[in-house]
Design a protein around this ligand. Structure first.
Ligand code: SF4
Ligand code: SF4
Length: 287
């Protein structure tokens, strides 16, 4: 359940406090259960700042230890989140254990997760019980005819689905997850990646459908054309183009306009990122 106090201290969900509070991403979730055509998790260039990238993967116990070191250096951290480098619910045990440990040792910390929604729904009651208050679900389309071009495959257990079948399954799971999150009083942000020529004509429909499901915030992000991906030759949408989409989507949901597309091991304030400075500490905690 999200309380007003939580909302006031989350720098992503409340732009007014982004200069006061920060977040740490705990990279405990290396595996992913889908393949987005814009994602390449192979590379970890230390100069690279984008989701899916981390220099180190931690166990839940290491993440707890790391959290303590982070808070010593940056006490303005109010949020502990898991944003990969894969999907938190393709690594469900590690995700739940990390959230539990942080809740126990640092009860004031806001707990936050970012997922593709494929395997999220069964975990929601437990997330609510632990006190995870903020969840982001990335929904790039609400029509499988559109999303079948965005994902190479979707994995459910041991079965791999491709094309329209995979797109239908993923969408059904995402909608179910969002409904479940809202039923449990969790604040939900929707991330939508704008991919020119693929889903950019469809984003307003996504915003409307998410409003109808009770989502709280909409974060439309420009696709970054990562090398060695299916979409590597699609140009990144311009700022002006993104402003137009966000302004239109705003008729349905409040917009997040200050997202900095953080790495899976990001730490610090959004305006005062300390990921580089903490890199040594992060790798030391993994030993
Ligand atoms: Fe990459 Fe995230 Fe997509 Fe998985 S869900 S393929 S980690 S962008
Ligand atoms: Fe916040 Fe965006 Fe960074 Fe996620 S990627 S922590 S929403 S600024």
């Amino acid at each position: 359940m999200t309380t007003p106090l939580d909302f006031n201290r989350h720098p992503c969900f409340n732009a007014k406090v982004k200069g006061l509070y920060g977040r740490v991403h705990l990279p405990v979730a290396p595996k992913c259960n889908i393949q987005c055509n814009y994602c390449n998790r192979k590379y970890d260039c230390v100069n690279e700042s984008r989701p899916g990238v981390t220099s180190t993967v931690l166990t839940p116990e290491q993440a707890l230890y790391y959290m303590g070191r982070v808070l010593e250096k940056e006490p303005r951290i109010s949020v502990a989140g898991i944003a990969g480098p894969g999907d938190p619910f393709a690594n469900g045990d590690e995700t739940l254990e990390t959230m539990r440990l942080i809740r126990r040792e640092y009860p004031e910390t806001i707990l936050c997760l970012a997922s593709n929604g494929m395997n999220l729904s069964p975990y929601v009651p437990e997330l609510a019980e632990i006190g995870v208050s903020h969840v982001t679900v990335t929904v790039n389309a609400v029509d499988p005819e559109v999303s079948k071009n965005i994902y190479s495959w979707v994995r459910d257990g041991r079965v791999l689905y491709r094309g329209r079948q995979g797109a239908e399954l993923l969408l059904a799971r995402q909608l179910q997850s969002i409904r479940e999150l809202k039923k449990h009083g969790i604040t939900v942000k929707i991330n939508t990646i704008a991919i020119p020529g693929v889903n950019d004509h469809h984003i307003i429909k996504v915003a409307r459908a998410m409003r109808d499901l009770g989502a709280d915030l909409f974060n439309c992000m420009a696709m970054y054309p990562n090398v060695d991906t299916v979409f590597e030759n699609i140009p990144e949408p311009s700022r002006i183009y993104m402003t137009g989409i966000r302004n239109e989507a705003e008729q349905y949901l409040p917009q997040m306009r200050h997202c900095t597309r953080c790495r899976a091991d990001a730490v610090g304030l959004l305006d005062d990122d300390r990921t580089e400075e903490m890199r040594g500490c992060l790798s030391a905690c993994a030993k």
